[in-house]
Design a binder for this molecule. Structure first.
Ligand code: FAD
Length: 459
């Protein structure tokens, strides 16, 4: 019989579950505060959805004011040095001011090195499967590693699993999918196309002006982001059985002149918490992308010599969100709301792929184009030493359409990491962490809290 002992005997100050963009930033931030930090990741690599080849959306408001800094900016700066990013590139006539493509592999390699430098213990192939919690206090978590089950102990826990797995197991209140129906946004699998002539592909596919960037060592500017629909090719795509609908939308990004990351697949009615459903989606979306690759090679200029590599796993947009001390809502986004307990700002519009899998909705950020993210959205109701960050923070379904994107995930990850380290050191409940301790620590780390944050704090 299984009789799990401790996987590692020592107690950590901070345990972060999940090493997507959020968990990476949380672990880095906690370690930089001097906390002994452990980071759990079921896959044999870090990055989560960021490992699939995406732009980090987004750093600047629609009028071009940068409101996302801190670790989110530091990582891009480091990637620019490595040739893995080209900065924040203006998108003419776009739904955002600028886009920030990053190479997924260089992102993984650079952030792995950063975590190692900060002394974070990364446990790969290790999933959190349960939590021992009483009266809102998490004592230890049960993990399944490659070869055995085991417990890990920490003073403060950060749930960066995207799915709120830790918070759920600890008994925190959560909402699954859309309020009322439980429906979830469709899942998609990314695909990398290599040996592409990007300029030709862009001329053939882009329906709006692309984002062009110059890169050291590359003679010509590169179209690093463009999007469109396959309307021209509806008949062929139907005949090939790629999609069950017309006018499929796609988005591409890259930092290379001869590769493209393709977001052009979709499957509705998949519960991202259900391993059977996710496995079925993996099989079907891989097949969908193999067909899409064959279509592009045969029909679209620039892809004649290309090879197509569907990602190894399915990207999940929405599963669970915790109910925290505050739930950020649609109105907050529509007015660009400001809060006394801000831990950073978000500026990417609400982007909802409707659960029916057929339509998409955008809502611009109101006010000055940025909303504050209140600390209370990171604190699950009724818990003492637990924070959430990233995709699963406390937001309504509409607000989630904005906060699920990677820049806000990195911002909440960094904030949760710092808050967890301060709570572990001070021995106070996360909910009681004073803002006059947290906000100066965030500012010292380079996080932007908003121009008027000082006045709001003083009020
Ligand atoms: C197809 C698609 C396209 C997108 N496009 C963009 C885009 O262009 N720009 C953008 O900014 N955002 C985009 N997003 C959204 C964005 O990528 C994600 O919402 C964001 O990366 C989530 O980050 P996260 O770290 O919170 O979660 P994840 O990236 O999901 O990371 C969670 C991590 O936790 C791990 N984990 C899960 N369960 C457990 C457990 N039980 N124990 C331990 N670890 C666990 C996972 O393995 C994973 O590594 C897109 C999303 C999808 C699906």
């Amino acid at each position: 019989m299984l009789n799990p002992g401790y996987l590692i005997e020592d107690s950590f100050d901070v345990l972060v579950a999940g090493a997507g963009v959020t968990g990476i930033c949380a672990a880095l931030a906690a370690a930089r505060q001097g906390a002994r930090t452990v980071l759990l990741e079921p896959r044999p690599f870090i990055g989560g959805n960021a490992a699939t080849g995406l732009c980090i959306h987004t750093y600047k408001t629609k009028d071009g004011r940068q409101v996302v800094h801190g670790l989110a900016q530091e990582i891009v700066d480091r990637l620019i040095e490595q040739g893995g990013a080209v900065g924040h590139v203006p998108l003419p006539d776009g739904y955002v001011h600028s886009v920030t493509p990053v190479d997924a592999d260089l992102f993984r390699m650079e952030t792995t090195a950063m975590l190692a430098r900060e002394g974070v213990t990364i446990l790969y192939n290790t999933a959190l499967i349960d939590a021992d919690a009483r009266d809102g206090r998490v004592d230890r978590v049960l993990v399944c590693s490659k070869s055995r089950l085991g417990y890990l102990k920490a003073k403060v826990f950060v749930d960066a699993t995207g799915d709120a797995d830790l918070a759920t197991r600890a008994g925190a209140p959560v909402r699954t999918g859309w309020a009322g129906s439980g429906a979830m946004q469709p899942v998609s699998m990314m695909m990398r196309a290599v040996s592409v002539d990007n300029a030709k592909a862009c001329a053939a596919l882009a329906e709006k002006p692309p984002a062009w960037a110059r890169k050291k060592g590359v003679a010509e500017p590169i179209p690093v982001y463009f999007h469109g629909t396959f309307t021209r090719w509806n008949a062929i795509l139907r005949e090939l059985g790629v999609y069950d609908h017309d006018d499929h939308q796609f988005w591409t990004n890259t930092v290379w002149p001869d590769q493209l990351n393709f977001n052009g697949s979709r499957m509705a009615n998949i519960d991202g918490n259900d391993p059977l459903a996710l496995s079925r989606a993996t099989v079907e979306l891989t097949a969908q992308l193999q067909k899409l690759g064959a279509f592009l090679r045969a029909n679209v200029d620039g892809f004649q010599r290309a090879s197509f590599l569907p990602n190894a796993f399915v990207g999940v947009r929405e599963t669970r969100n915790v109910t925290g001390l505050y739930e950020l809502n649609e109105n907050d986004i529509r007015i660009g709301a400001k809060f006394h307990d801000t831990v950073g700002q978000g500026c990417f519009p609400v982007d909802i792929h409707h659960p029916d899998g057929k339509s998409q909705e955008h809502i611009d950020i109101g006010g000055d184009g940025a909303y504050d993210i209140p600390y209370r959205t990171l604190v699950p109701k009724g818990t003492e030493n637990l924070l959430v960050a990233g995709r699963c923070i406390s937001v309504s379904n509409y607000a989630h359409g904005a906060t699920r994107n990677m820049a806000p995930c990195m911002t909440t990850g960094e904030a949760a990491g710092i808050a967890a380290a301060l709570s572990a050191r001070g021995g106070n409940a996360c909910a009681d962490l004073p803002m006059n301790k947290l906000q100066p620590a965030l500012l010292a780390a380079g996080v932007f809290l908003g121009e008027a944050a000082d006045e709001r704090r003083a009020a």
